[in-house]
Design a protein around this ligand. Structure first.
Ligand SMILES: *[C@@H]1O[C@H](CO)[C@@H](O)[C@H](O)[C@H]1NC(C)=O
Ligand SMILES: *[C@@H]1O[C@H](CO)[C@@H](O)[C@H](O)[C@H]1NC(C)=O
Length: 642
């Protein structure tokens, strides 16, 4: 009995143990299933990227959501303090196109704090890469370079390998080192607007400012995010910036474009001087002080450093040869122009600032109050393009001046192409139309003849420039004639006489005289090509007998043997007969005055009897009445025009 009873007790205890084990196994199974399902879900549908390893509270002033429709902005009035948001409350911006967001797909990233030893590194090092935030991209291979170029317009893969702190080779004139600057210079806010900029180029810009600008002159670096879509520019960037002393980040909830984005930054800036800087620049040591010095001496001076060039493919640094200045042509396109003749006259030129009819948008320094009183950037200008020309004309016409300062150098990444498409093909023309109608008075006709697309847009719609004209009146700005004669007398003013200007149409070939692009600004052989109708083939036979070509009118029809070429126009009057042509309306002949030969068009693979003209082009021949020697000046825009 007892034995049995004892046996039963043992068996019962065993049963309990089994049940317990079974229960435990069931619970474990259920739990693991639960976890697995959770993981599956998180793989299928990645949420926002997980928090970085080191969670550092974000100072409330770091993130600002700005609704830029604030009317105060347009008037350049200081804004009331804007509401701050925590990181999690950031407006979510859905990606519009099917751009793959690697960050979100992988769902993991890591923040590494910048190292203490982050100093001078000349050559690219791999170790340096780890100092910045690294996205863990698997399979990041050679052919990514192509993708990177497509995505950013430059070789971002090469850029990634270069230190965020690289120091550029010295390019300043030795005399710059002896320059003395006053002790009490105004402080600068460097405003850097960006839209989907690559991580490496954006952060190299920021670090290069921090590494080169003396602390006492740098109020802050103000990053303005113009509605970027790419993941690395969101939380990751906020985190990174929160560790940088003297760097603030604000974000716009609306795509602003360069001008409005800079205006927004200006409204939030604390420094006395604004330095607008593109988001892919590298500064030379000592770049800031000479700019501040010139502003301090005269608050209406607007300044640019010498803009050196970073090669988009190799990231090689190319110094720009001094002296240069900024100019624009009659199509309202900006470029830097080399002016070696200045240096020959005056050896002291090497360190002296040079007045400049215009400044590029890469880096511009301007007194904050002067900028605001001048009306900031034109808020009617869209996205990107020609805003630097508008600002230039306005600065000069309304009481300011512009200079390039040779002891200040900043390198700018010259992109291969713009990484984003204009939503509207005509956007650039619309910006230029605003300039023409606001600032150019009757001279605007010259622009419309050289940009016929702008002309046709203007015929069907008018820009609303009411506010800008009011501003122009209230500032008492001078007219464009004053600008042309006083500031930019070197710009040729076309005469555009009826029947003596326009596309040079060849009756015999049914095409137009053309200057193939890519032959350079110093001239080259002329050719014939289908008539473009865009104004790009516009030329002007003036009263001097010169046939002026191109949007600058700085190249003239000339002859090299029997070949007709373009060459820099003569600067002396009267014009040498080599450059003189006579148009005989009745026969359509264009006669070269020096040789008394006629202009003849030869198409590529043209008639055999025309010797020595393989490839076609324009030639001087004995005058005949052959249709190849018959020409019309086709004016695409009526002389009375817009
Ligand atoms: C920079 O200089 C190199 C060599 O002189 C040249 O091949 C390259 O085209 C230059 N790049 C730019 C962007 O000017
Ligand atoms: C032009 O803009 C001003 C304000 O900038 C506005 O008051 C006016 O109504 C606009 N005119 C037209 C025709 O849209």
């Amino acid at each position: 009995m007892r034995l049995w009873g004892r046996g039963t007790a043992v068996r019962r205890r065993m049963l309990c143990l089994w049940l317990l084990l079974l229960g435990f196994a069931l619970v474990t199974l259920a739990l693991s299933d639960f976890f697995n399902r959770d993981r599956e879900r998180s793989i299928q549908n990645p949420g926002p990227p997980r928090r970085p390893l080191q969670r550092i509270p974000i100072p409330p002033e770091l993130e600002v959501i700005v609704d830029s429709r604030d009317p105060a902005l347009e008037l350049g009035v200081d804004l009331t303090p804007l509401k701050s948001f925590q990181e999690d409350q950031l407006l979510f911006v859905p990606s519009t196109q099917g751009t793959k967001n690697t960050l979100q797909k992988k769902g993991s990233y890591k923040v590494l704090l910048p190292g203490k030893d982050a100093n001078v590194v000349g050559a690219p090092t791999h170790g340096e890469m780890g100092k910045a935030v690294r996205l863990h991209l698997e399979g990041f291979e050679k052919d990514m370079e192509l993708t990177a170029v497509q995505k950013y317009g430059f070789n971002e893969v090469v850029s990634e390998r270069i230190s965020l702190h690289r120091r550029l080779p010295e390019a300043r004139h030795p005399e710059c080192f002896g320059e003395q600057y006053s002790e009490s210079l105004p402080r600068a806010t460097v405003v850097i607007c960006f839209h989907d900029e690559a991580w490496s180029t954006l952060l190299r810009t920021v670090h290069s400012v921090l590494d080169t600008a003396p602390k006492q002159y740098l109020q802050e670096v103000l990053l303005v995010d113009d509605l970027s879509q790419q993941g690395h520019l969101k939380t990751v960037l906020s985190e990174y910036v929160s560790h940088l002393d003297g760097v603030r980040l604000i974000r716009s909830t609306r795509r602003l474009g360069v001008g409005a984005c800079r205006t927004l930054g200006a409204a939030r800036a604390a420094g006395e001087v604004l330095v607008f800087m593109d988001s892919h620049c590298e500064c030379h040591k000592g770049w800031l002080e000479p700019l501040l010095e010139r502003v301090a001496q005269d608050r209406t001076r607007v300044l640019s450093p010498i803009m050196d060039v970073i090669d988009w493919q190799t990231f090689q640094y190319n110094a720009t040869k001094w002296p240069v200045r900024g100019v624009f042509d009659w199509r309202l396109d900006f470029f830097w122009e080399s002016i070696p003749q200045l240096q020959e006259k005056d050896p002291e030129m090497a360190v002296r600032p040079v007045q400049s009819p215009a400044l590029g948008g890469g880096v511009v320094a301007i007194d904050r109050h002067f900028f605001q009183s001048l009306g900031a950037y034109d808020p009617g200008m869209l996205l990107w393009g020609a805003e630097e020309i508008e600002l230039s004309i306005r600065v000069w016409s309304c009481g300011g001046s512009m200079e390039v300062v040779p002891c200040s150098r900043v390198a700018h990444l010259g992109r291969h192409h713009l990484p984003y498409r204009f939503p509207d093909q005509d956007l650039l023309q619309r910006n230029k139309i605003r300039i023409a109608d606001t600032w150019m008075d009757a001279y605007r006709k010259i622009f419309y003849r050289r940009d016929t697309l702008a002309h046709f847009i203007r015929q069907s719609e008018s820009p609303n420039i009411t506010e800008r004209l009011r501003l122009k009146r209230s500032l008492g700005c001078r007219n464009f004639h004053w600008f042309l004669t006083t500031v930019y007398p070197q710009l040729y003013i076309p005469q555009d006489r009826p029947a003596q200007s326009g596309e040079l149409y060849s009756v015999g070939t049914g095409s137009c005289a053309d200057y193939p692009s890519g032959q350079g600004p110093q001239g080259g052989a002329m050719s014939v090509a289908p008539c473009s109708g865009t104004g790009s083939q516009h030329c002007d036979l003036n009263s001097e007998g010169e046939v002026r070509w191109g949007p600058m009118g700085a190249l003239c029809l000339d002859a090299k043997g029997e070949r007709v070429v373009l060459a820099p126009c003569p600067t002396h009057r009267p014009t040498a007969s080599r450059f003189q042509w006579k148009f005989i309306k009745l026969s359509g002949q264009l006669v070269h005055q020096q040789s008394q030969l006629c202009l003849e068009a030869v198409k590529e693979g043209g008639p055999r009897e025309v010797s020595n003209s393989a490839g076609g082009g324009l030639f001087l021949r004995q005058c005949t009445h052959h249709p190849r020697q018959q020409w019309h000046f086709e004016q695409l825009v009526a002389p009375k025009g817009t």
